[in-house]
Design a protein around this ligand. Structure first.
Ligand SMILES: [Zn+2]
Length: 423
């Protein structure tokens, strides 16, 4: 059995462009519908009569083949349509789409007793929705990066677009953030590749003025119920970017990423940037300066993107860990106003990582809670004993009461998982 199910949602679209472009788009859709539906009706009635009069499979296949062809002026047998009768929309796959639709509809009608006179031949209104295949459209944003998109996700100003065929771009109309909460989450799920876009259709609303996308999506079947008593504790550290453990399972743990892969690249970029800045300082103003600023900007973008890509990877694995163990909660340290270790803050974008974990967890209904970071690395997670100096160094923890020796990040993550000191 498939582990996905299909849902359909109506989304209002508006063409991007000036008055002339908007007119062009409306005309394209209107003409596209007209030609698609007219061709559908011709094809299905031809297939129907062929089956009804007992034609062979080859003859029926030939009808489908001719139904895929554009009419030729001097060869009336070449296509099923008369010259000038059908003008397939440019950039669409209408011929293939209607072939599929006719095959499916004939099959369904057959099951309903079409050839026994129990059901009538399905035909389409000339303004029935325009079929769009999944590869003919995709959603995008113009923000510099994904984090900026996420920051705007629930704001009035959110801007998401849909690229369509024939040079057409639409703006997605969201409306009031409170009323369009579900739609905004759906768009996020599409970008995160949790939901997969399927063949859909475009139509006008009742007034004939609004363009509506009937978006069809493959979404994962509802997961098992999350366990209210299972909590993931995440320790965000330097040696290991994220250590995940559970509050109620001694053996479940995951160490995500390493200091080396992150810092190595990061330090290299920073050194190159510094050299470039230095050389700029000595070159002074004048003509060559702007030219030299360009590579500096490039380094900055690269640096930013690297942190982001890395944060996405780490946050995804944290949430995957929670999903795998049906955890209802993820506990992270609240680092707001906490600057005990400024090296960490300089080298690792914790806030971003926390934010990404929160966004990705929401998809599964997992709640991210912030706990007080005070003492999480100095309490023994085995017996609860607190004393200064139990964390021997970056990597080792040794309890002065029960003698437990633990990986320091693992110990901290355990305390975070068990903490009830929420912020
Ligand atoms: Zn202990």
């Amino acid at each position: 059995m498939s582990d996905t199910q299909t849902i359909t949602r109506k989304i209002q679209l508006f063409p991007v462009g000036d008055k002339e472009e908007i007119d062009r788009v409306y005309k394209y859709i209107r003409d596209g519908m007209y030609n698609q539906n007219k061709a559908y009706n011709i094809l299905i009635s031809n297939v129907y009569s062929a089956i009804y009069s007992g034609k062979s499979k080859e003859e029926i296949d030939d009808i489908y083949k001719r139904g895929q062809r554009k009419p030729k002026e001097n060869d009336s047998d070449y296509s099923l349509y008369k010259s000038g009768e059908i003008d397939f929309p440019k950039g669409m796959m209408t011929q293939a789409s209607i072939k599929m639709a006719v095959k499916n509809d004939i099959k369904t009608a057959k099951g309903n007793g079409l050839f026994k006179g129990k059901s009538s031949l399905p035909t389409k209104r000339l303004n029935a929705p325009l079929i769009v295949e999944s590869q003919q459209f995709n959603f995008y944003y113009n923000y510099e990066n994904y984090a900026d998109f996420l920051n705007e996700l629930f704001s009035e100003k959110l801007e998401v677009f849909m690229k369509f065929v024939n040079g057409i771009n639409f703006k997605v109309i969201f409306g009031n953030p409170h009323k369009s909460h579900e739609l905004r989450c759906i768009i996020q799920n599409i970008f995160e590749e949790v939901y997969k876009v399927q063949g859909s259709s475009i139509q006008f609303d009742n007034t004939g003025k609004k363009i509506i996308l009937n978006l069809s999506l493959a979404i994962p079947k509802k997961r098992m119920e999350l366990d209210e008593n299972t909590v993931v504790g995440v320790d965000l550290g330097v040696a290991i970017p994220a250590v995940c453990v559970l509050n109620n399972d001694e053996y479940a743990k995951e160490f995500i990423g390493s200091k080396d892969d992150f810092l190595r690249v990061r330090t290299k970029i920073q050194a190159q940037k510094k050299r470039l800045q230095k050389s700029l300082k000595f070159s002074g103003g004048g003509h060559g300066r702007n030219k030299k600023l360009k590579p500096l900007k490039k380094f900055e973008d690269y640096e930013k993107n690297f942190v982001q890509t890395y944060s996405h990877m780490v946050s995804k694995r944290v949430v995957d860990f929670a999903v795998k163990h049906n955890a209802r909660y993820i506990n992270v340290e609240d680092l707001e106003g906490y600057n005990a270790n400024d090296f960490i803050l300089r080298n690792w974008s914790y806030y971003k990582l926390e934010q990404y974990i929160t966004y990705k967890a929401r998809i599964y209904g997992i709640e991210v809670r912030k706990v007080n970071p005070y003492h999480t690395s100095q309490i023994c997670s085995c017996c609860g004993h607190w004393e200064e100096g139990q964390r021997i160094d970056q990597a080792h923890f040794k309890c002065k009461s029960c003698g437990a020796e633990l990986n320091a990040d693992f110990n901290a993550a355990k305390n975070i998982a068990k903490s009830k000191d929420f912020r």
